[in-house]
Ligand binder design. Sequence first.
Ligand SMILES: Nc1nc2c(ncn2[C@@H]2O[C@H](COP(=O)(O)OP(=O)(O)OP(=O)(O)O)[C@@H](O)[C@H]2O)c(=O)[nH]1
Ligand SMILES: [Mg+2]
Ligand SMILES: [Zn+2]
Length: 292
Amino acid sequence: MTGRIQKALSGFYYVDVGDGAPLTCRARGKFRKTGVSPLVGDRVECTALGGSEGVIEAILPRRNAFERPAVANIDQLVIVASQAIPRTEPYLIDRMTSIAALKGCAVLVCVNKCDLAEGKELCDYYVRAGYPTLRVSAVTGEGLDELRGTIAGKLNAFTGNSGVGKSSILNALDPRFDLKVGEVSQALGRGRHTTRHVELYRLDGGAEIIDTPGFSSFDAETLSLELKERLPETFPDFAPYLGACRFVGCSHTKEKGCAVLRAVKDGEIVRGRHESYLRLYEELKDLKAWNT
Ligand SMILES: Nc1nc2c(ncn2[C@@H]2O[C@H](COP(=O)(O)OP(=O)(O)OP(=O)(O)O)[C@@H](O)[C@H]2O)c(=O)[nH]1
Ligand SMILES: [Mg+2]
Ligand SMILES: [Zn+2]
């Protein structure tokens, strides 16, 4: 039978097979050998073993897959951010938006805690970069109707640094979820990694949201060789300038006659976005194909 993975926890996968309680599955050993593990959001072929147990035999073709958060078949990645503590570093968002673009996944930037900090700077930054952007508050409910509208009918995955309020937003959308939320350490300016597993929740009205553990800056998604080759095109705000550089193969880092650098200088591209580009470019520089 086929089903979809709703939750992954301690080596078990909870597979929704359409009727009744989910099947609690292990994955066949062959997945370890191929290095491809099942992910929440995956459609899978599984066999029931009696009771509520089963085993995952195969993963059906994916639309996309992420390492962190560990999810698959995502329609929209909702990047939850905050300008109040724990403040989100735009670089981490810019890194995710580039990776999402490469995987053909839509992005929504959701600036939470706007009851504590208006979040205007972060919002302006992403509006100017061309991303759909919302200001919300899980506490006052501001912006949640707009959020409901943009997640409807889609499989959404929440991601963002620990403590920005991903689980709180889910609780605000439907208090029945009753998810655990954690205090933010004011001293360290960080969340406490309260959510420990990946799980899919269904909202009335058809939206589906996957809650995931918050990332910290040192366990971000690994960058691919493909991103190295296609980095400029993952910045939608660079698009109007990409054909206009003096040199073919311009890296948009320091060349004379670079149209992207000119647009940054003229204030048409947000400087911080180009700084993120340079940081990604540096990170990617030494990445090589395995066989070269
Ligand atoms: N004032 C205010 N506090 C919020 C808001 N959203 C979340 N919080 C608080 O922020 C803290 C962290 O919230 P969580 O929902 O646990 O954050 P998270 O992003 O799920 O964190 P991880 O699971 O660790 O990744 C809690 O103390 C929440 O009460 C908000 O909109 N306004
Ligand atoms: Mg959480
Ligand atoms: Zn250029």
